[in-house]
Write a protein that binds this ligand. Structure first.
Ligand code: SAH
Length: 252
């Protein structure tokens, strides 16, 4: 597998991913929010309108950030959007029972701006439905913007603005060099981790620890447990090695 490229500047390492955005205007406004803060890597997962970026509303809201919008990539799945990332943050207005650790925008920005070498994605949901659980589960952390408890749902592009603003301040201000995320080796990629879970699941089914017909919450619980550890490449390889060995013993 290709190892993610490491660039020290957060402005090159940070990607904004918009999942199933409905309103073209929000895509334009998100591009503008990004450009004002110095970011340019925009990926759209299944926008409602494939030609969203050509619509008048999108162009009007993008204003002077049409270059960022025009350079956006459209992909068909979240895995594609995160393929070369080794850190993903689900940005969600809603907290959930099975989610990765919850981190504030400021703390996330501080950690990403540090010398952590992470290729990170900020993942935003649809205007009405937010982010599906399957997407949140793939992410390393869940970011919730502190807001009025009686009305806490920001406009999508405004949420992009808050996050990119915090990242800019952390990257240009006196960002600490420390990596409180706690990586020592190379952080594992999102897709690599996804494959590891599939392998582990297969092994747990083989030893009848997991009942495929009645899986209950075992896999979500394991994901939640391991997401607290910020997995590294070598650790993922060890877990896959264990799964492989279990499967080969079962076959004997
Ligand atoms: N009704 C949706 C809210 C969608 S708002 C829900 O319940 O999830 C569109 C997107 O903006 C969200 O998916 C999220 O990415 C972002 N967003 C809005 N308010 C937010 C908040 N307070 N914290 C974090 N993200 C927020």
């Amino acid at each position: 597998m290709n190892q993610p490229q490491i660039d020290t500047s957060l402005f090159k390492r940070l990607r904004v991913v918009l999942v199933e955005t409905s309103r073209p205007g929000n895509i334009g406004a998100a591009a503008r929010a990004m450009k004002t803060m110095g970011f340019s890597d925009l990926v759209l997962v299944n926008p409602r309108f494939e030609n969203a970026m050509e619509q008048d509303e999108a162009i009007a809201f993008a204003s002077g950030a049409q270059d960022v919008m025009a350079a956006a990539r459209i992909v068909g799945s979240i895995s594609e959007a995160l393929a070369d990332c080794n850190f993903a943050a689900a940005v969600s207005a809603r907290l959930r029972e099975f989610s990765p650790p919850i981190v504030t925008p400021r703390s996330l920005a501080r950690q990403l701006a540090g010398d952590c070498g992470l290729n990170a994605a900020l993942v935003f949901g649809n205007e009405r439905f937010g982010l599906p659980n399957e997407v949140v589960e793939k992410c390393n952390v869940l970011i919730n913007i502190p807001a009025n408890p009686d009305y806490s749902s920001l406009n999508l592009a405004q949420a992009v603005q808050v996050l990119t603003y915090e990242c800019r301040i952390a990257a240009t201000g006196d960002a600490p060099g420390s990596t409180d995320i706690g990586f020592h080796g190379q952080a594992a990629g999102v897709v690599q981790i996804e494959r590891m879970y599939a392998h582990l699941e297969q092994a747990l089914i083989a030893i009848e620890f997991l009942d495929a017909d009645n899986p209950k919450k075992l896999m979500p619980r394991l994901k939640r447990l391991l997401s607290r550890t910020q997995l590294e490449v070598e650790e993922v390889n060890i877990l896959r090695g264990i799964a492989k060995q279990i499967l080969s013993f079962r076959e004997k």
